[in-house]
Design a protein around this ligand. Structure first.
Ligand SMILES: *Cc1c(COP(=O)(O)O)cnc(C)c1O
Length: 455
């Protein structure tokens, strides 16, 4: 049977999902509600609508509707770069000499180079529907800003991006891709916003952080007429849009009667992992099937494996709602790790709750081992992976090697979230043997965890 499985499994257009799946609908114990940071009461839709688009607020607060129709215009956009291929990693299996069967879902086949476009087009679409002039956002490594620029250009919306300063300087090409698609890009912290000026006063030499850029983007949205803020990860609405990854994967696997034993994804804010596992997790929650799910995070920013499950701010400036999640504290400034997209202090509320219930596992890995896995993968499978994605590759290889020892023929599925063409500075560091593995001490983590808000 296995020899009949093609290298790449594509879907026909007619087989593609027409609805997103909301995994919260199948959770008996739901993620904790977002709280207003001032009153500590659950946020209302009116409060959220001052910051976010109306329809997206509805999706954010909806934890009961299992399937939500994907609007036709978004389906049309998806067809320009979807379905993404589900690849059987025959060459990697052979190289490793493992009896395991390895599959990956590759989300890098679009100009922005990652899965983030799946939610960017949805968020831009709802902003347009609402008659807004534009949206504001933050970007770390630049993938989200790039994806949002593409989506906004397509729908003729203004796009203002606050880019973490260190990335703005280290990744000029990403910045130029955004500007090519018409976005306005500002290094953060900046003097354009009150919160940026305050952070600069306190930390004049800061490299910036995602939490800080979020605060600036939120301020920019709420102080300009006709603008709302959009976020590329963490929020439940983003997990919902990213469920298209898991739904396509499930349809493709069902076609060939493939049942994954282990599903692996890298976790920054949790959106690609949440999207990939959603339909499978739904089956597990409904008692229809069982799977092992593994979140992989960098040892330099270990929210799941060393954080606490508590209410925290989503941003450094403390302007966003409080979310209950696995967190290292909103003031945590991770060491300049090369997987920029995984440097967020917190985690999706949905994934946090699933992890807390023991339905999911998490591991952390050091960046040199991640780049070693990335190169091993690139040399046999051809694709140059993003450093973020390579966290999942590392653990997929570890699991496949374990199968080699035990002789088990497990089926392993992992999410390959993007390409690494804009990360050659990081690859250069690794190739020159100059990459280090910074792991925060318990004392450092304790210091930022102590600053969590009292709820
Ligand atoms: C942003 C990003 C991630 C991490 O974000 P999640 O929300 O955790 O998915 C992973 N891989 C790539 C390529 C990214 O751009």
């Amino acid at each position: 049977m296995s020899t009949e499985i093609p290298y790449k499994i594509y879907l026909e257009e007619s087989e593609m999902p027409k609805q997103w799946y909301n995994v919260r609908a199948d959770m008996k114990k739901k993620p904790a509600p977002l709280l207003n940071p001032a009153t500590k009461q659950p946020v209302t839709s009116e409060e959220l609508e001052a910051v976010f688009c109306k329809e997206l607020v509805k999706q954010e607060l909806d934890d009961t509707t299992p399937y939500i129709d994907i609007p036709q215009e978004i389906l049309n956009f998806y067809r320009m770069y979807r379905p993404s291929p589900l690849v059987r990693a025959y060459c990697l299996e052979k190289k490793l000499g493992t009896p395991a069967k390895i599959y990956y879902k590759f989300e890098g086949n679009n100009t922005s180079g990652s899965h983030k476009l799946n939610s960017a087009i949805a968020q831009a679409y709802y902003a347009k529907q609402q008659g807004l002039k534009g949206v504001t956002t933050e970007t770390g490594a630049g993938q989200w800003g790039t994806a949002l620029s593409m989506a906004c250009a397509y729908l003729d919306l203004d796009c203002q991006v606050y880019m973490v300063k260190v990335s703005y300087e280290q990744k000029p090409f990403r910045r130029e891709v955004m500007r090519t698609y018409g976005a306005n890009v500002t290094p953060s912290p900046s003097t354009k916003t009150a919160v940026g000026r305050k952070i600069l006063e306190e930390f004049p030499n800061t490299n910036g952080s995602l939490g800080c850029a979020i605060s600036e983007a939120v301020e920019a949205a709420t102080t300009q007429e006709g603008y709302r803020y959009v976020l590329g990860s963490v929020l439940s609405q983003v997990l919902l849009h990213q469920s298209v990854i898991g739904l396509e994967t499930k349809i493709a696997m069902d076609k060939y009667d493939i049942h994954p034993d282990i599903i692996i994804g890298c976790a920054g804010g949790g959106s690609n992992l949440g999207g990939l596992i959603s339909p499978f997790m739904g089956e597990k929650l409904r008692g229809e099937a069982d799977y092992r799910f593994i979140a992989v995070e960098p040892a330099s920013c270990p929210s799941f494996t060393r954080g606490v499950y508590a209410y925290d701010f989503c941003d450094t400036g403390k302007v966003c709602p409080l979310q209950k999640m696995y967190t290292l504290g909103s003031g945590f400034m991770p060491a300049p790790n090369h997987a920029g997209g995984l440097r967020y202090h917190g985690m999706s509320a949905t994934l946090s709750e699933l992890y807390d219930q023991g339905l999911m596992e998490a591991v952390s890995v050091e960046q040199t081992s991640v780049f070693a896995a990335a190169e091993q993968f690139a040399r046999v499978e051809g694709i140059l992976p993003a450093p973020e994605s390579s966290h999942a590759i590392k653990v997929a290889i570890d699991e496949a090697l374990r199968c080699k020892e035990t002789g088990e023929e497990k089926t392993i599925l992992f999410g390959l979230t993007g390409t690494g063409y804009f990360d050659m500075y990081a690859y250069e560091k690794f190739n020159d043997g100059k990459m280090s593995d910074y792991i925060p001490t318990d004392e450092e983590l304790q210091k930022s965890i102590e600053t969590l808000p009292k709820v």
